[in-house]
Design a protein around this ligand. Structure first.
Ligand SMILES: C[S@@+](CC[C@H](N)C(=O)[O-])C[C@H]1O[C@@H](n2cnc3c(N)ncnc32)[C@H](O)[C@@H]1O
Length: 381
């Protein structure tokens, strides 16, 4: 393998990254340490984008002055759409390594990755397993072409293809491991069908914005089953050609006011509660903030649904611990959050590892502690 590139000294930076991730407890396996040390991330992410406080994106040259950035535990945004939203990135190496270790990958295994992006994770996998055992797909044909060219530039040739990851890549199945580096609102059944017996799948299940976490599932005869993983992480959502969301504008003028004692922004502070709430809340929910016009800092959190339901929760609390909320529209969104919070407290505030998921061909079931203790069943038609 050649290690040429404009970034003289990248190997020193890569060695520093290995040391930093080892020290932080994100990296234990010497085989992954060797892969990390040998993979020139700056060649896969020559240009990244950094967001300014005013929302504008500026280019960062990781092959030149910002070489060090490519070898830091930082997500590097590489694609931005016309609305200024990030649509592809190189995932932060600490998270990537943590996921590869959780997935328990061994020499000789065939691995499918959903979400090629820059090809960095595919490069790590190919170093560990050999090019012939690594399969990676992305919905964006240009990203796949760029990744293939850059990987080839330092001697890596994993199997890559431009396809919608929701269908997996059946032509090369079965796989021993599947890893998804974009989030999904449901685990596609095609992934179960493409895993060999006892195979493992690690994916970011997000029912809505921030509502979920990484889940490690094992393939049994008729289902995938497993638990959410301890530390919270978030990937950009899976997109499909022709995606649209039709939203009715919220009508805050007709709102009703009341008080609540439930935390104002569970998507930030109590993410397990937020998952439980989103099991009952409408899909395509958005959360955000209302800014104080004088200070430009958040004064209230907001939730809105495509049907026009809306609520706004003050961030400041009264002396008795309550907050004011205003709600409008056909559904009381906040009532579902309050209900989820009460259930979570009644169950002794379970952390992620106590929550699990079973996926069958007709349902996805979230459970507490053991599969028979069902919290919620989502029927798939
Ligand atoms: C966080 S990036 C992946 C990072 C990548 N693994 C790396 O190492 O650079 C998420 C990727 O998922 C891709 N993606 C989004 N929707 C997809 C879909 N339906 N099928 C396959 N890939 C998809 C995006 O194009 C984006 O490149």
């Amino acid at each position: 393998m050649t290690t040429t590139g404009t970034g003289a000294g990248w190997a020193t930076h890569a060695a520093g990254l290995v040391a930093a991730l080892t020290e932080a407890g994100d990296l234990h396996d010497p085989a992954w340490a060797a892969a990390l040390a040998a993979t020139p991330r700056h060649l896969l992410v020559p240009i990244a984008y950094r967001q300014q406080p005013d929302g504008a994106w500026v280019e960062v040259d990781t092959s030149g002055p910002d070489l060090e950035l490519a070898y830091s535990p930082t997500t590097l945004v590489t694609e931005i759409d016309a609305d200024g939203r990030a649509t592809s990135s190189s995932t932060k190496p600490d998270l990537m390594l943590r996921m590869l270790e959780i997935l328990d990958v061994h020499a000789g295994q065939r691995v499918l990755e959903i979400g090629t992006g820059t090809g960095y994770n595919a490069a790590l996998l190919a170093h560990r397993l050999g090019d012939h055992l690594v399969f990676s797909i992305d919905v964006d044909v240009h990203l796949v072409a760029a990744a293939a060219e850059r990987l080839a530039g330092f001697g890596r040739h994993p199997h890559l293809a431009a396809r919608d990851g929701v269908d997996g890549w059946p032509e090369h199945a079965p796989y021993d491991r599947i890893i998804a580096t974009c989030s999904v609102p449901r685990i596609p059944w095609s992934w179960e069908q493409q895993l060999g017996p006892g195979g493992k799948l690690l994916a970011d299940l997000k029912l809505g914005a921030s509502a979920g976490n990484l889940v490690l599932l094992t393939r049994h005869d008729d289902r995938l089953e497993g638990r959410f993983t301890g530390r919270w992480a978030a990937f950009m959502g899976m997109r499909h050609h022709g995606d649209t969301t039709l939203d009715r504008a919220p009508n805050a003028q007709t709102s009703q006011q009341r008080t609540t004692t439930t935390p104002a922004q569970p998507w930030n502070t109590d993410r397990e509660v937020w998952l439980l709430a989103c099991l009952a809340l409408p899909a395509h929910l958005r959360h955000g903030y209302t800014l104080d016009p004088a200070t430009r800092t958040p004064k209230a959190a907001t939730l809105s649904a495509p049907d026009g339901s809306w609520c706004e929760i003050d961030l400041t609390t009264a002396e008795d611990g309550s907050r004011q909320i205003r709600e409008a529209g056909p559904t009381s969104l906040w009532a579902q959050v309050e209900h989820a919070y009460q259930r979570w407290q009644a169950w002794d505030r379970p952390s992620w590892e106590r929550l699990g998921l079973t996926v069958t061909d007709d349902a996805q079931v979230v459970w507490l502690d053991q599969p028979r203790d069902i919290i919620h069943r989502i029927d798939l038609s």
